[in-house]
Design a protein around this ligand. Structure first.
Ligand code: ZN
Ligand code: ZN
Length: 190
């Protein structure tokens, strides 16, 4: 362990000082860090502060530092059909090129995976966020065949698979009578 460096400001900031400007040099990092805020979508995501396992390889190339590896965590969300909690283990591949501002061939800037950096600290928030969001389901489900909620009483149909409504709820019949009476009254007034 080296104690020469100050700890990075964020758990997702990695100093690459020792391999920068040394093409061919490599550094392997395996670590567990707290998840940053807003890691997911409105429907599902990794809660802020939850454990996130990173397996990372930092490779020094002529343009900068090429980072690739995986991020593993548990995403938590809500079933899109029955609103039950959904817990989904995820394991996403990530990659990005952190390029020196003065590199000789700055041609790849249009790629989403290229980030300019100062040659010292790689900031992985965006790379991790992109990787996680990519593997999250658009509509999370508690199980693939979740039957959802009863459209009459809101019961979770997975818990009450056989329940039926024989007749219209008495409260609804009362309401429909009321509506009819009102429209009759309106007609008379007109
Ligand atoms: Zn469900
Ligand atoms: Zn029902």
């Amino acid at each position: 362990m080296s104690h020469h460096h100050r700890p990075a400001a964020s758990p997702l900031h990695f100093s690459v000082r020792e391999i920068a400007r040394r093409p061919g040099a490599q550094s392997i990092v395996s670590t567990v860090v707290p998840a940053p805020a807003v890691l997911g979508t409105d429907m599902i995501g990794v809660p802020e502060g939850a454990d996130m396992t990173l397996e990372l390889s930092f490779e020094s190339v002529s343009e900068g530092i090429w980072v690739h590896g995986t991020v593993a965590a548990e995403a938590i969300g809500e079933c899109g059909r029955c609103l039950d909690i959904v817990r989904l283990p995820i394991n996403a591949a990530l990659q990005g090129l952190f390029a020196y501002p003065d590199r000789e061939f700055p041609g790849d800037d249009e790629s989403e995976d290229v980030f300019e950096f100062d040659g010292d600290v790689v900031e992985l928030e965006e790379v991790v966020r992109d990787a996680v969001v990519t593997v999250l389901p658009f509509t999370p489900l508690c199980r693939p065949d979740c039957p959802g909620l009863c459209d009459q009483c809101g019961a979770r149909l997975a818990d009450y698979p056989d329940h039926v409504h024989d007749d219209v709820d008495p409260r609804w019949s009362a309401l429909s009578t009321l509506v009819t009476d009102e429209s009759l009254t309106e007609q008379k007034e007109n």
